[in-house]
Write a protein that binds this ligand. Structure first.
Ligand code: SAM
Length: 200
């Protein structure tokens, strides 16, 4: 793990239970995507930087083929116990997910407070990884954190910057006004914009 990829000490934050980014329950945007048929049983989905978020166990229970990846051993131990206790299966990858390249591409990427967590200089690596992870026609279920103040994490993911990061040559974009804003309950209500980008 390079110094720059681990500059923020996520493991210590999990071990200290100092995790203000965690939602109290399932993300309402994910439930809306389930309702819309975006996350159907049998689909291969990866959740990069899954932390301890309950969406991983929920999607495994729903019958999706789920991969969760995180730097934090503490977070992954939590996820392992959660899925085993529930009697479901999920692949859990510990380490730098930006270096991950699957043998079989994914149908979906569920992006929840990962892009806003990594240093912005790594965003281009992430976009490249996403292109490699998703099959053509695969969907990036994106939750772009909105924050005007500089610095982070979380680092702001304004739509104009996202359109530069995810260029139209590689991604089919929805209209900007089709994004739905979901305020984060603990990060001072910062909205996350939910929208789906399709891998060309
Ligand atoms: C803000 S937290 C979000 C966790 C989870 N998605 C949630 O919504 O509760 C960011 C997560 O990304 C993980 N992370 C940061 N950089 C990473 C990297 N390069 N590879 C894998 N995981 C990483 C952290 O350990 C942390 O769990």
């Amino acid at each position: 793990m390079s110094e720059e990829r681990s500059a923020f000490d996520w493991e210590t934050r999990f071990a200290a239970e100092d995790t203000p980014w965690e939602r109290p329950g399932l993300h309402p945007a994910m439930l809306a995507w389930v309702e819309a048929g975006e996350l159907e049983p049998g689909a291969r989905v990866i959740i990069p930087g899954c932390g301890r978020s309950p969406e991983l166990g929920f999607l495994a229970a729903r019958g999706l083929e789920v991969t969760g990846a995180d730097l934090s051993a503490t977070a992954l131990a939590f996820q392992r116990q959660a899925v085993e206790t529930a009697g479901h299966g999920a692949a859990l990858l510990e380490g730098d997910v930006l270096a991950h390249r699957p043998d079989t591409p994914y149908d979906r990427v569920y992006e929840q407070t990962f892009l806003c967590a990594i240093p912005p200089r790594l965003r281009v690596d992430y976009e490249r990884a996403l292109c490699d992870w998703l099959r053509p026609g695969g969907h990036l279920l994106a939750l772009f954190m909105q924050k005007d103040v500089a610095g982070g994490p979380p680092y702001g993911c304004a739509l104009p910057a996202m359109r530069e990061l995810f260029p139209a040559q590689r991604w089919i974009w929805p209209d900007d006004d089709s994004f739905i804003a979901w305020p984060h309950p603990s990060l001072t209500g910062k909205p996350e914009l939910a929208g789906i980008l399709v891998r060309r």
